[in-house]
Design a protein around this ligand. Structure first.
Ligand code: AHR
Length: 491
């Protein structure tokens, strides 16, 4: 019998709502078409920003939005993206398809998008090919309320009041696309650049340093040793995909072995969070510096017929499972992991929403984010899971992943059942509280490859879950094969 022992009376940390953050880069059809269609578009929009996509994303309570990259951030020059759109300087997007970026979506449009979404802005600045002065000026342009030439410029372009800019990243992947730097060199550059990211007019910037990719523990060690005092957060990037150079495979056509391997890769996140946190703990036992997983998700071959560098991929139940396992891990590591940004919001990688002309469809990953939003700002409740393993070819992963939180007298419990071969029974023992009623929702597809299309947008969607009931103080669940459930327990 699978059992979950849930300690309702032993809340530890708060699950920071910023774990439910997003990332939108100038890449493929993510910004243009996905979020920005322009004021003259026949697609309904608010000042050029797509209304249908905003309405869909708002339902997720997106906590924070990271922009403009990614690799693009270290070749982005913010002055090119302000002023009358037709006069904006175009540039080559060297990372993503070598296409011309017209800069029609810039600083003003980004803050407007955040306001429409109710998301906090997180800007990633240019270290790789930018200057300290450029970064300093950008922060002043956005946040200063006094009198200065940059404020005059902002006002000239239509924005009287400064914006709030709570999160600022000093470069992206500076060991690679952001400048091919050694950790020692980047640590010094970070110290220099961040000095000029000023707190102006009451705006308090949370300064985020570029952290490691995957298991680059040396990068974390060097950054913590040399620059910890200057940072508020350190990033981690990890995609659940085969190593670079190996075939990624199709998003929708895959074998059960590939499903297993993807889930196994997504669970590597646990080891990464544990080991990077352990290094951070040695320098920062009080956990002042947050670990910010500002790029994560799946990465498959681009959809057939699409530009290979536009990274447009479908999203199936396999992706939904990765999202559920990863969010559960973030909850468990929430004392150190205080922001995460899935890559990338619309039409790119593990997107929430896909668009085609005026049509949109919500991905299974979208539904996981919507179902799990009940955990935002909840108090994490420790739980102990003992369960059968899911085996493939002599290898195994746990068949269950779970996390729980408490807010306003309600307990939210998320359980993902990874095994696609059979249903399973679970007994949940709630210690330290007497819960009397349960309601739930379930996401599962007819196959692992099930996904939503523009013609069949509801092939995978949450349904109400009826196989949960209290039986002499124990909560009993019967979970179908490869399913994701969120339950709300009330006294
Ligand atoms: O999300 C796509 C790319 O992946 C980002 O631009 C980069 O930071 C990472 O390597």
């Amino acid at each position: 019998m699978n059992t979950v022992i849930l300690h309702a009376d032993r809340g530890t940390h708060t699950i920071n709502r910023n774990i439910y953050g997003h990332f939108a880069e100038h890449l493929g059809r993510g910004i243009y078409e996905g979020l920005w269609v322009g004021e003259d578009s026949a697609i309904p929009n608010a000042g050029g920003i797509r209304s249908d996509v905003v309405a869909a994303l708002k339902k997720l309570r997106p906590a924070v939005l990271r922009w403009p990259g990614g690799c693009f951030a270290d070749e982005y020059h913010w002055r090119d993206g302000i002023g009358p759109r037709q006069k904006r300087r175009a540039m080559l997007n060297t990372h993503w398809g070598g296409v011309v970026e017209n800069n029609h979506f810039g600083t003003h449009e980004f803050f407007e998008l955040c306001a429409l979404l109710g998301a906090q802005p997180y800007i990633c600045g240019n270290v790789g090919s930018g200057t300290v002065r450029e970064m300093q000026d950008w922060v002043e342009y956005c946040t200063f309320s006094g009198k200065s030439p940059l404020v005059d410029l902002r006002r000239l372009h239509g924005r009287e009041e400064p914006w709030k800019l709570p999160y600022f990243g000093v470069g992206n992947e500076n060991m690679g696309c952001g400048g091919t730097m050694r950790p020692e060199y980047y640590a010094d550059e970070f110290r220099r650049y961040q000095t000029y990211v000023r707190n102006l007019s009451g705006n308090q910037v949370f300064k985020i340093a570029c952290g490691p990719n995957g298991a680059n523990y040396e990068w974390t060690e060097v950054l913590m040793m040399r620059a910890m005092e200057q940072m508020d957060g350190l990033t981690l990037h990890y995609y659940a995909m085969p190593p670079w150079g190996e075939k990624k495979g199709s998003a929708t056509r895959f074998e059960p072995e590939e499903y297993f391997e993807t889930l196994r890769l997504s669970l590597v996140m646990d080891e990464l969070l544990t080991r990077h946190s352990a290094i951070m703990d040695r320098y920062d036992p009080a956990k002042r510096v947050a670990l910010i997983v500002d790029e994560w998700g799946t990465w498959w071959d681009a959809e057939p017929g699409t530009h290979p560098d536009f990274l447009c991929q479908q999203s199936t139940m396999r992706d939904a499972m990765v999202a559920a396992l990863t969010l559960n891990l973030f909850h468990h590591h929430g004392d150190r992991v205080r922001m995460a940004n899935i890559a990338q919001t619309v039409n790119v990688l593990q997107a929430m929403v896909l668009t085609e002309g005026p049509r949109i469809t919500l991905t299974p990953t979208y539904h996981v984010f919507e179902m799990f939003k009940c955990h935002q700002d909840g108090v994490f409740l420790p739980l102990h899971v003992s369960c059968a393993d899911y085996h493939v070819g002599g290898r195994k992963i746990p068949s269950l992943s779970a996390s729980a939180s408490r807010r306003d007298g309600r307990i939210s419990l998320s359980v993902a059942h990874t095994d696609p071969t059979q249903s399973t029974d679970v007994e949940v023992v709630v210690q330290g509280a007497r819960m009397g009623s349960v309601e739930g929702r379930i996401l599962h597809g007819t196959t692992l490859q099930a996904h939503n299309t523009f013609d069949q947008p509801a092939a995978v969607r949450p349904e109400s879950f009826r196989d949960a009931w209290f039986d002499t103080e124990k909560l009993r669940l019967t979970l179908p094969a490869a399913s994701i459930v969120t339950l709300e327990l009330v006294e």
